[in-house]
Design a protein around this ligand. Sequence first.
Ligand code: G4P
Length: 284
Amino acid sequence: MATIQWFPGHMAKARRQVVEKLKLIDIVYELVDARLPMSSRNPMIDEIIGQKPRVIILNKADMADATVTKEWMDYFKQTNRAVVEVNAQAGVGLKDIISASKRLLDEKFTKLAAKGVKPRAIRALIVGIPNVGKSTLINRLAKRNIAQTGDRPGVTKAQQWIKVGKELELLDTPGILWPKFEDEQVGYKLAVSGAIKDTILNLQDIAVFALRFLQANYPERLMDRYQLSEIPDDIVQLFDEIGKRRGALMGGGIVDYDKVSDLVLRDIRSERLGRVSFERPSEY
Ligand code: G4P
């Protein structure tokens, strides 16, 4: 997993790099994690990309709770956003990205055609926080179509464009932006989803957050997975029960809370607790 320590200097540089690339493209693909579409956005994205047309891509839809993803799709549509759900790993939903782009740029390209400009492919840039699946999506779209097109006016460095059929050209390097850190809840959601490393926050705190979340939102799955007849209100007791059932013990039969934390987080990330979403539009 990529870990980036974000300092103000890095943020400014990341932002500059995205702004620089905006000059080359028609449309931005804002990639977020479908399980936490708000928490996995860059906090300054609107300001950074300004008026540039944008498609919000809810990636890892295969891991998210389908009912909640539907709510998010409706939510973004109601706020007049172009939104698609995708599983970049399996290549599901890629056509929707292209058709949404064409819809958004129809007017611009029609105007250009009226002025006699020859039709050309839509140029796009993928942006998102680390680990939302930017490289996976680029590779999926690219297949073997990476084309070196050399310098374009206004850029000193050669930009690699990836041809996706005849209709789309994608910049081969995505814009990597920082996640939201200010809010503790957001930090925990990012940690549980695997977007930030467990070492940034305390491992047991992340597991406490995850277990409380499952208890409130997916109690049956929690009981099922760890063979609990009921979920104890006391979190230490919950750790103890899981630890004993799963053999996460230290010498002398004492439950090892770090081991329990690790196994719970691993279970969530590998979908052994099913498809889970960590936030819904009604909270926003
Ligand atoms: P990034 O460029 O935005 O940093 O993300 P990257 O593509 O490296 O993806 C981060 C992780 O998310 C990878 O897993 C990748 O396989 C996984 N991923 C990306 N898109 C999807 C998706 O739509 N569904 C699912 N289920 N997973 C997705 P990893 O464990 O870090 O690496 P690896 O096991 O693929 O090697």
